[in-house]
Design a binder for this molecule. Structure first.
Ligand SMILES: [Zn+2]
Ligand SMILES: [Zn+2]
Length: 168
């Protein structure tokens, strides 16, 4: 049961519709393969995806384009299975991810959503070396060095001190 052979690759860009891709601003699937094989009531899921994400760097606010993708191999077993079957799942567990489904069916988009969600970054940066925006003068320090010292930043304590000073 090859899902995209029956539904057509044209459905791929719509698979992630409605998903919140935070911390990315936008995410769309550009390619996906999903092969479901029924093995005695269990589902073996083999697939891969490639997605293109867009967001803004946490540090300097520059736009960032990000490619996500991976190949996965999961084993889904019905929730209602008895213990003997559970033991056979454990055998599979060593080399596969094991998940559960309700035994009647599974929405293939859900499988992809889960796999994509696992690959979402915790935060978006344009590069590991991004120097960010200077908190004092606001210049993008990747483009232009500034001569501000770290101590020049008006921290919360400095603001408090000013407020006190005005009162007295
Ligand atoms: Zn940056
Ligand atoms: Zn500066």
């Amino acid at each position: 049961m090859d899902v995209f052979a029956s539904r057509g690759k044209a459905s791929i860009p719509r698979v992630l519709e409605g998903m919140d891709p935070a911390p990315l601003r936008e995410l769309r699937l550009v390619d996906a393969d999903l092969l479901l094989t029924v093995e005695d009531g269990d589902l073996r899921v083999e697939g891969s995806f490639e997605a293109l994400g867009e967001g803004f760097c946490d540090l300097c606010s520059d736009p960032v384009t990000l490619r996500l993708g991976k190949a996965f191999n999961t084993f889904l077993t019905p929730l209602s299975r008895d213990r003997a079957a559970a033991a056979s799942v454990e055998l599979h567990e060593e080399d596969l991810d094991v998940g559960y489904y309700d035994g009647t069916g599974i929405e293939t988009n859900d499988i992809l959503w889960e796999q994509v969600a696992l690959e979402l970054p915790l935060r978006v940066v344009c590069s590991e070396e991004c120097r960010g925006v200077c908190p004092v003068c606001g210049k993008n320090r990747n483009l232009e060095a500034c001569s501000c010292k770290a101590g020049d930043a008006p921290g919360p304590f400095a603001i408090l001190k000013n407020m006190k000073g005005k009162k007295e």
